[in-house]
Design a protein around this ligand. Sequence first.
Ligand code: IMP
Length: 184
Amino acid sequence: MNEQFSILKTDAEVRTRLKELAADISKDFQHIQPDNPLLVLCTLRGAVFFAADLVRALSIPCEINFIKVKSYQGTRPVGSPIFELGEQIDVKGREVLIIEDIVDTGQTMDTVIKNFNDKGAVSIRIATMLDKPSRRYPHLRATILPDYIGFSIEDYFVVGWGLDYNEDYRLLPDIMIYHPDAET
Ligand code: IMP
């Protein structure tokens, strides 16, 4: 691995933390019954590995579905996030857990939560592998507060464990800080 990357969290650290989060979530949702399982919405594509491992570590009934919201180009957010998949998922009467790879400005989660609140979800919680609170848009600081956070990190652009830079580096096993300026 060259000087473009430095390790922020190792694969082992992520896996250990993931088990802790699964225990917390299972405890908080122990009232969930099989006839109305927890509806887990995994955001594509970045959260797919984290969500797959997290749901399999839960000890409560759950159903998994996928949403896709376009919000990033390279290392920069693009205007307002747009649903590309899952906007119409039926959440009426359901407890919903959104699994996200990283919460940054908060605008993606704001869009998602507003959409599903309007469609009658009983509750909506967020589990995110990473949170970058210093990047939150000021108007979302009080509202976009993930319920389950793997790691709270500084303002780095990170790749690996599902996170990409223009579709590259998703499969890196560790979470790495990416320094695009170091590219040759
Ligand atoms: P937000 O809407 O600004 O909170 O951004 C959320 C989305 O931006 C995430 O789901 C990621 O797809 C992308 N994103 C934000 N920060 C990073 C990063 O450091 N690496 C890779 N993707 C990121």
